[in-house]
Design a protein around this ligand. Structure first.
Ligand SMILES: Cc1ncc(C[n+]2csc(CCOP(=O)(O)OP(=O)(O)O)c2C)c(N)n1
Ligand code: SF4
Ligand SMILES: [Mg+2]
Length: 313
């Protein structure tokens, strides 16, 4: 498959690897998964997230044909270009509807979506809400850098008050959203927070998210060294900050406790805020399909659908 981004005119080839019949299939190595050389600025936090995604694929022996990597538009959303696997760099803010279609039609795949704070919470804000409330099975990692990086420094929905940007030359006046609170309020069934400067923790959160049966959301702080340098120093012990994990006593099934925890001043807490099991839209639709196909033995799905359309005429 060849994916193309009309905005940047780039293309990337994606491959599927199969072993010869009878031969044992080896796990993918980083060499098998790495595609184009990432075009991010040296020092960008997004490199770390990509490296850990490769690690996840290697560790969990995910084959090319079993994963898909989807993103919207932004620096962070260039992600699928750098992964040698099936995926798409889609429309700004629309990664989740695209990923939803894949998830609902291909329950055998692990669907991963990546994006930035602008992509997720500005233009894609409504899609975030509805994908979360429908509990569509996928993992969504938002690389939050508190700024629009690709378009060279505009205020994003997570930029703090007073942030000076091209759209707020005198400092941001709009109250920022809190991604964790947003995800909880929307109905996400797995909500976690991590930071690109703590690789082990990023991998841990991505693995737990992938194993969750439902919509799993991970906010990953990822510094834009070009337009918001030092934004997350307070969360980085190597820069004199603190990395506070969520207290072990926290009950991850308690949404109110999670909401309260998410309200802590920056740098706040890192880890899994919320995790509950609730039927997914995938499972509910599969049930509907099963019941209907029982009523129309011998008919294919599209023929049953056609019958419904014919009745509506
Ligand atoms: C419909 C549409 N509106 C606006 C843009 C311009 N645009 C591209 S990326 C972007 C924001 C990117 O910010 P973010 O999602 O935070 O990603 P980052 O670059 O910071 O990783 C904007 C406004 C666009 N590509 N399409
Ligand atoms: S502009 Fe910022 S977000 Fe974009 S690649 Fe450079 S450092 Fe990363
Ligand atoms: Mg951003």
């Amino acid at each position: 498959m060849l994916t193309e981004n009309p905005e940047h005119g780039e293309t990337t080839a994606t491959i599927s690897t199969t072993a010869a019949p009878g031969a044992e299939r080896k796990g993918l190595t980083k060499k098998d998964i790495a595609a184009d050389h990432p075009t991010w600025c040296p020092g960008c936090g997004d490199f770390s997230v990509l490296a850990l995604y490769f690690k996840l694929i290697e560790k969990r022996k995910l084959w090319h044909e079993k994963i898909t990597t989807i993103a919207g538009i932004g620096c962070s959303s260039r992600f699928p270009y750098f992964v040698q696997a099936h995926g798409a760099h889609y429309i700004h803010g629309r990664a989740l509807p695209f990923a939803s279609g894949i998830s609902l039609s291909r329950p055998d795949l692990h669907v991963f979506a990546f994006g930035g704070d602008g992509d997720a919470f500005s233009i894609g804000g409504n899609h975030f809400t509805h994908t979360a409330r429908k509990n569509i099975k996928m993992t969504y990692v938002v690389m939050d850098n508190w700024v629009y990086g690709l378009t060279k420094k505009q205020t994003s929905p997570t930029s703090p008050l007073g942030f000076k940007s091209k759209t707020d030359q005198w400092g941001a006046v709009d109250y920022p959203i809190n991604p964790i609170k947003q995800a909880l309020a929307a109905g996400a069934t797995f909500v976690a927070r991590t930071t690109a400067t703590n690789p082990n923790h990023v991998l841990q959160m991505m693995e737990a998210a992938m194993d969750h049966e439902g919509f799993s959301f991970v906010e990953c702080l990822s510094e834009c060294v070009e337009f918001y340098e030092g934004a997350f120093d307070a969360a980085n012990p190597r820069k004199g900050g603190v990395f506070n994990e969520i207290p072990k006593t926290h009950d991850v099934t308690d949404d109110l406790a999670a909401y309260k925890l998410a309200g802590a001043d920056f740098p706040g807490h890192f880890g899994i805020f919320y995790k509950v099991n609730k039927p997914t839209k995938n499972a509910k639709e599969a049930d509907i399909n099963k019941n209907l196909s029982g009523k129309f033995p011998g008919l294919k799905d599209w023929q049953i659908l056609q019958k419904s359309f014919d009745r509506m005429k």
